[in-house]
Write a protein that binds this ligand. Sequence first.
Ligand code: NAD
Length: 346
Amino acid sequence: MQIPLPEYTKLIDSGELHIKFEPSLDIVMIVVIHSTKLGPTLGGCRMVEYPDLDSAILDAVRLARGMSFKAAMCQMALGGGKSVIIKSSKIQDTSNREKVFEIFGRFVEDLGGRYITAVDSGTTITDMEIAAKHTKYVSSRAASGNPAPFTAHGVRRAIQAAVKFKLGRDDIQGIHVAIQGVGHVGYNLAKELHKLGAKLTVNDINHESVQRCVDEFNATPVSAEEIITQRCDVYAPCALGGAINDDTVKTLDCDIVCGAANNQLLELHHGEMLHQRDILYTPDYVINAGGLIHCGTPFVGLSDAQRHEKIEQIYGNTMAIFERADKEQKPTAIVADLIAKERLGL
Ligand code: NAD
């Protein structure tokens, strides 16, 4: 008899789901190993609240699958994994938090290196240092540095590829880029673009972050509404997922969408809608891989020069998608998924 299966089972492909319970702390930990076809899996550990276990598993599965696609597109010898710790009120206490990450470290170690963890929403470098006392499979250590500048550099290279493909320009002098979210990645992106002579418009819910870009890069601050409606060459979503949705897909007045945020398309069909409006979309997981390349470098044995080269290659990876999308008359988001699935054998 066919039993009804939760939605996540369709997305896990041939991967694995590992769950650990710690009743004394009301804790549930989930590790999803989506695909090891290309190498050991790497992905962050998210610690947030969820309404139920299935929602947490679905989140972990979606994120792990996304990491497989990201690693496949930047040709790192890594697979996609992700972990989720369902946040409970007992974690507020500092000593309990330490216990959680000790248990988490042992959980990761027991998986024998098939999953390498890292910082994500709700976790910190301090948490990872505690886990690292119990496992060597931790990529976000205090000594490894912030991945955001590496992510920003890859996004800047993708903007250059998009400007070349769409506008026929080899330089970005005077190109108008509207950055939504100038946190770790958005700030570093603004810095790189400013150096190359781009004109910047910025928006962030954090006033200080905006002011820093005004002071340092002569950026123009705008409201939340203006950032998604004004005329610009490039709209760069660098805050949250879902930036391209039913509303924004109609209001955007740009030639290119190219930013760091994960899961920019609320639904895949929003990529199709951008295509119909002749707006060139650079698929997020292809262009924001700089952080993954940085974090994965010690685990795949790359030198610093090879790491730099891999991040530079984001230009060529992005261009290859534009060219195939043009040839096959398909949206870039669809083409990126096709290439990733081909490489993963899905
Ligand atoms: P961050 O938290 O440092 O920055 C996000 C910024 O967005 C913050 O300044 C915040 O105030 C702002 N923000 C939040 N909601 C907003 C809204 N509604 N409107 C405008 N601004 C808003 O995060 P980050 O590390 O810079 O990452 C940014 C995005 O890039 C995230 O989607 C993240 O998943 C993705 N990403 C980051 C990395 C990395 O290396 N950090 C790698 C890959 C992808």
